[in-house]
Design a protein around this ligand. Structure first.
Ligand code: GLN
Length: 287
C-alpha cells in the first residue's frame, strides 16, 4: 500500500489524538507541510500523491517528538502572532493569541500619537515589540530581556519584519539597562505570571518545553509584576500607559496594588477573546 499524503494525514491525526493532542489534524498538517517543504494549503491539492521516503522519515521524526509533547511551534521553528510570522526557539515563550489582546489595546491607545516611544519588558521572541513597531509606523520600541538567547531570536524577528531600525534590543533585568531619565508613552509587558504553586499543573508541552524563566512568577505569580508596577511610573510620560498581561488569578491582587499608586489611574480590566481577564491598564496622571 502506498503512503499518500492523505493517508499519512489520516493515520497521524488518529495517532496524535490518542496521544492527547487537542488539535491532531492541524498538528499533522503543519508537520507534514514542514517535512514536505510546502505550505499547509498546498497539501490539499496533493492528497493522492505518494510521499517520498525522505519526507516520510522527516515526518515520522517530527510526529514522534510531537507525540512526546513537544509543541508544534518549536518543531517547525515558527508561530503566527497578530497575522505575522515569528521565529521561535526553545529559548523563548511561544506567542499566545491572548497576548494579541495586549497588543491591540496598545495600538488603540497610541494610534493617533505621531511618534510614540514604547518599552517592552521581557520581549522574548519580540512578538509584542515587533508587532507594535510594524503597525505604528513612527513608533520606536525599546525591548528588554534578561536572556541573551531570547534577544537573538527577537533580533531576527525584527529584521524579518523590517523594523530593526526602530526596535532597540537591550539585555538586562527589567528596567536596569535603561539610561536614567528614559521616558515612554507606553510600557507593555507579558511578564512571567504563573504562580510557583501552579507550575507543576501546566500541560506537559508548556512545563517541559517552554522556558521556565518566561513563566515562573514567584508566589502568587506576582513577583515580577510587582517589580514592574513599582518602577513603571518613573519611566512614563504624563499621559503614558502601563499595559500588563496577567492571568485571572492575578487580576484582583494587581488591581489592588495599582490602586494604591497615586501617580497611576487604573482603568477597567480588559478581557481576551476567551473572556478571561487578561490585561490591566493604567495611565500616568501626574508627574
Ligand atoms: N513577550 C513575549 C510574549 O508575550 C514573551 C513573554 C514572556 O516570556 N513572559 O510572548
Amino acid at each position: 500500500m502506498d503512503w499518500t499524503l492523505g493517508r499519512l494525514l489520516q493515520w497521524t491525526t488518529q495517532f496524535l489524538a490518542e496521544r492527547g493532542s487537542e488539535t491532531p489534524r492541524l498538528d499533522a498538517e503543519v508537520l507534514l507541510a514542514h517535512a514536505q517543504g510546502c505550505r499547509r494549503i498546498d497539501l490539499y491539492t496533493h492528497f493522492q500523491e505518494p510521499a517520498s521516503e525522505t519526507v516520510r522519515q522527516r515526518f515520522r521524526e517530527l510526529v514522534r517528538q510531537r507525540a512526546e509533547g513537544c509543541p508544534v511551534a518549536y518543531l517547525v521553528g515558527r508561530k503566527e502572532f497578530f497575522s505575522l510570522e515569528f521565529e521561535v526557539s526553545p529559548a523563548v515563550l511561544i506567542p499566545r493569541p491572548s497576548t494579541e489582546t495586549l497588543v491591540a489595546e496598545c495600538l488603540n491607545r497610541l494610534r493617533h500619537h505621531s511618534a510614540p516611544q514604547i518599552l517592552d519588558l521581557g520581549t522574548g521572541s519580540g512578538n509584542i515589540a515587533v508587532t507594535l513597531a510594524k503597525y505604528l509606523a513612527n513608533a520606536r520600541v525599546v525591548a528588554l530581556d534578561i536572556s541573551a538567547d531570547a534577544l537573538e531570536v527577537a533580533r531576527r524577528n525584527a529584521e524579518r519584519h523590517h523594523v530593526a531600525d526602530r526596535v532597540t534590543l537591550l539585555q538586562g533585568d527589567l528596567f536596569a539597562p535603561l539610561p536614567t531619565g528614559s521616558l515612554f508613552d507606553a510600557i507593555v509587558s507579558n511578564p512571567p505570571y504563573i504562580a510557583d504553586e501552579e507550575l507543576s499543573r501546566l500541560p506537559v508541552g508548556v512545563r517541559q518545553y517552554e522556558p521556565e524563566l518566561a513563566l515562573r512568577g514567584g508566589p502568587g505569580g506576582l513577583t515580577v509584576v510587582e517589580r514592574i508596577i513599582r518602577q513603571a511610573s518613573e519611566f512614563l510620560q504624563v499621559g503614558g500607559y502601563l499595559l500588563l498581561e496577567i492571568g485571572a488569578a492575578q487580576e484582583q491582587p494587581v488591581r489592588q496594588l495599582l490602586g494604591t499608586l497615586t501617580t497611576l489611574q487604573l482603568e477597567p480590566t480588559i478581557y481576551d477573546t476567551d473572556r478571561h481577564p487578561r490585561v490591566l491598564a493604567a495611565r500616568k496622571t501626574v508627574a
